[in-house]
Every structure is written in structure tokens, then in C-alpha cells.
Design a protein around this ligand. Sequence first.
Ligand code: 13P
Length: 257
Amino acid sequence: MQSENTMWQQKWVIGNWKMNGRLQNNNALMHRFRVMPTVDSVLIGLAAPTVYLLQLHNAMQIVLNNRILTCAQDVSKFPDNGAYTGEVSAEMLADIGTDIVLIGHSERSLYFGEKNEIQRLKMENVLNVGLIPLLCVGESLEEREAGREQEVIADQLSILKGLNTKNIAVAYEPVWAIGTGKVATTDQIAAMHGFIHKEILSLCGNDVNIRILYGGSVNANNAAAIFAVPYVDGALVGGASLSYESFAAIINAAQEA
Ligand code: 13P
């Protein structure tokens, strides 16, 4: 991984494949990334399904000289090995060379009922093995229409208080903008990213490194405008990370931002 200090200055572009991928397609995609020029100002990551993480990590080492970081989409809330059928621990993710772990994606909350308490356990497990958690937050359409978006986000961010780290990475993903093609306006993004920045400082102190990524229908066409918004330190990209062309175009926009 890049040096600790550098990465907290870079724009982060992380692809979240969600439940997509196949061995052969993944390999083909990795090989396409070989032609991508090195971009010092951008940290690139891919969050693949757990079964493909080792494949990706190996491909990144062998083919890509570690220019792309290995990211996991989730982790167990249980810290230690044991009788937890189906679970994958933070230590296992570290063992195979994972760098960053998404925590609390809204789809985890929507389909698996994960709320603050579980997310906090996962954050601690990830930090304890020296990996970087990327906490995902976001309000529903109903909550935004009721004018409650800041209250909701403040509650989701509250789990950051008292964590044993000086490095805080958060992705703001309004639920109504995920996979809908309905991207938040730059005004909405600016207001929320400014708010999240302020909240992080008040929860974690003024001396923390902070990255705040935007996620929700980011694509090759809207990425440049989003990266130009204050306190937007990168993007968490779903659908558009599945094709080399659109993902590379977003990385390019981050580089030019
Ligand atoms: P889309 O980019 O497909 O809207 O997904 C966003 C997301 O949920 C990334 O984590």
C-alpha cells in the first residue's frame, strides 16, 4: 500500500462490484488495467466479492504492481476464529492482503438489518488488524424529504467516536441515488460533505486524516463535476466500476480534479 501520509492526500476512486464478477471476466479486467498510466494523485481500489479477493490481490501484485488496492465489501462482526459458519474475519482479510474494508453499506442495512451497533464492532475488528475501514452513510428519500438528512447522517457517524485511529474514511451514499441514475446535485453534495467533515472533527478531534467519498450513480459523465465539489475526496462507484472504460474515465476525472 502507498505510504500512510500520501493516501490521505489523494483522491480515492473505489469500485464496488457488489455481487458481480466471474474468474475469467475479473482476469480480463485486470489485464486491461495494465495500460492505465500511473496516477500519483489518485488512490484506486476495487471491492470484489469475498471469493474473488485473493484472485484480485494476486492479479494486482503480478500484473499491476499493486497500483490498485484490494478492498472487501464486508467483514464479520466476530473478532476471533470460531464456530461462525459462513463468516469471514478481519484477520482473514488481512491475511490475504486486503487494504480497505467497506463497513455499513446501505445494502447491508437494507437486506441484512445491520445498524450502528454491528457496524461499530466491524470497524473495531478492521482497525485491530491494521486495515482501513470505509464507513458508508446515507439517508433514504423519505428522510431527505422530511428534511432529516443531517440528523440521520449524524446518527450514523456517531459510531466513529472513541475509535482508536487517526484516519477516518467515510463514503456518503444517499440511498435514493444508489443504482437509480439519480445523482445528488452538487449543492446537495457540498452541503452534506461539509456537514460530514465538521461532524468528524467534532467526534474524532482536529488532528485526524479525513477522506470523504461520494457514492450514488457516479459515472464517466458526472464524475468531474462531483470531484470539483469542496470536501469531495473521491468516489465510491457501483455500476460504472464494472466496465473498464467507465471506471478508467472516472479515475481520469479524479486525476484532473
Ligand atoms: P451505483 O454507482 O451503482 O449507484 O452504486 C453506488 C454504490 O452503492 C457504491 O457503493
